[in-house]
Design a protein around this ligand. Structure first.
Ligand code: AMP
Length: 433
């Protein structure tokens, strides 16, 4: 490890009251390994689309076509593209395919106009180079008739499942009648929408409660890749960033049992630094999480690695300083160069890396360097590299690093809850093999 980085690191730590023991633990942390730990959600037990005879069957496939749309144009169709393997398999096996998806949130009639799936049906049709039948309703005669007239190999896309939210949140609250009704439209249900698996909705849990069910290829891949973290090749490092500690308390509680190192950046790092007695100026502070940070640092001195320097903004001026030198009016918005070096040392040693949350305020270019540098480091590291969904996924993809990662999750909330060790209701309900 670079001697300067070590010296910087220890100078910062030693100036913090009562932190001498912590610095000692950090010194030996690269050699210590935790006990192995397993998240058990039985993902290998679940039926997949391969376990069914699809021939001439009406197969409802729940996909995630919640794509970004602006002025009637789909800005990113990767969610549609990622569903194609499952669709092609179903078509090749003579299924009558009934697709369901949500799009945006529906609270008013106006929302309905802006969130119709019709535009998605056209894009899907182009991508598949075949007709896709779009039905502009979520129930009723037209939908039922069209489904009953499907031929093997046909694909139908029903209107946005969340249209049903306008009348009492039926889709989002997993209304029993709605789940039963949608299930009655098909013979088999395949869940291929990982992004909604952490929620019990009528279009996933509701349908699966009523007919035979399995997972599609996209969900299968997510579970396969994320479950690598159940029993990771070590050392296993986690990069955690994002705005608030509060949103990640369950995640941290679970990961301290699994990871060898947790490298903390982003807004949440400042609450950890404050809990260590440092002045963080006007940086984002999550006051209600200070006690949690103190306890978790105390209990895991050997594995939680905090920034040693910070890129701050003060009255429009941007300056990089050690964390001990943050001024009253400074706002910390990115990790500094010494922290990047320090984090790289841990990452270079690691064989499995999981990343959740940007390490800087990436909405502004000036504070994207830390996140970029970590992408660049990961590019050159030979390890299993798993990126959580949501913000982190978009940033890694937008910066052009997608091809260097082992897996980028398609579900922000779902991957977070999986990594918190929670059961995902959308998976749990799927039939066992
Ligand atoms: P999360 O959804 O919890 O992963 O948080 C992502 C958000 O955290 C993004 O909007 C980032 O801009 C924000 N973030 C990262 N670092 C900081 C920081 N130092 N101060 C404020 N917000 C930050």
């Amino acid at each position: 490890m670079n001697i300067l980085v070590i010296i910087n690191h220890y100078v910062q730590i030693l100036i913090v009251k009562n932190r001498i023991a912590y610095s000692f633990y950090l010194l030996i942390s690269l050699k210590k390994m935790p006990k192995s730990y397993k998240i058990d959600i039985g993902e290998n037990m679940k039926k997949t689309i391969r376990d069914f005879d699809l021939n001439n069957k009406k197969v409802i496939i729940r996909v995630d076509y919640n794509v970004p749309i602006k002025d009637g144009i789909i800005l990113d169709d990767s969610r549609i593209v990622k569903s194609l393997d499952t669709l092609k398999y179903a078509v090749d096996n003579n299924a009558k395919v009934i697709l369901m998806s949500h799009l945006g949130r529906i609270k008013t009639e106006e929302d309905k106009k802006n969130n119709s799936l019709q535009i998605v049906a056209s894009r899907l049709s182009k991508l598949l180079n075949r007709d896709v039948i779009f039905v502009p309703s979520t129930r009723g005669d037209e939908l039922e008739c069209t489904i009953n007239n499907l031929n093997p190999g046909d694909i139908l896309l029903m209107e946005n499942t969340r249209y049903e939210d306008l009348d009492g949140k039926k889709e989002s609250s997993n209304d029993e009648e709605l789940g039963k009704y949608w299930a009655s439209l098909g013979d088999i249900f395949i869940n291929d929408a990982f992004g909604t698996c952490h929620r019990a909705h009528a279009s996933n849990v509701g349908i699966a409660s009523n007919i035979e069910s399995g997972i599609g290829f996209l969900v299968e891949k997510e579970l396969k890749e994320l479950s690598i973290l159940d029993n990771p090749v070590r050392p296993f490092a986690v990069i955690l960033g994002g705005a608030k500690v509060h949103d990640k308390i369950n995640l941290i509680e679970n990961l301290v049992n699994i990871a060898d190192y947790i490298l903390i950046g982003g807004g949440m790092a400042y609450t950890f630094l404050a809990s260590s007695g440092l002045n963080i100026g006007k940086s984002i502070l999550d006051e209600e999480s200070i006690d949690f940070c103190k306890r978790i640092l105390e209990e895991n001195k050997d594995k939680i690695i905090l920034p040693i320097d910070s890129v701050n903004e003060n009255n429009g001026n941007i300056k990089e300083v050690f964390v001990s030198d943050i001024n009253e009016n400074d706002v910390g918005l990115d990790i500094g160069h010494s922290t990047i070096k320090l984090f790289k040392q841990y990452l270079n040693e690691s064989k499995t890396i999981m990343w959740n949350g940007p390490v800087g305020y990436t909405e502004r270019e000036e504070f994207t360097n830390g996140t970029k540098e970590l992408c660049e480091a990961l590019k050159n590291i030979e390890a299993t590299k798993i990126i959580g969904g949501g913000d982190t996924a978009s940033i890694v993809i937008n910066l052009g690093y997608e091809k260097y990662m082992t897996h980028i999750s398609t579900g922000g909330g779902a991957s977070l809850e999986y990594l918190e060790g929670k059961t995902l209701p959308g998976i749990d309900i799927i039939g066992d093999k």
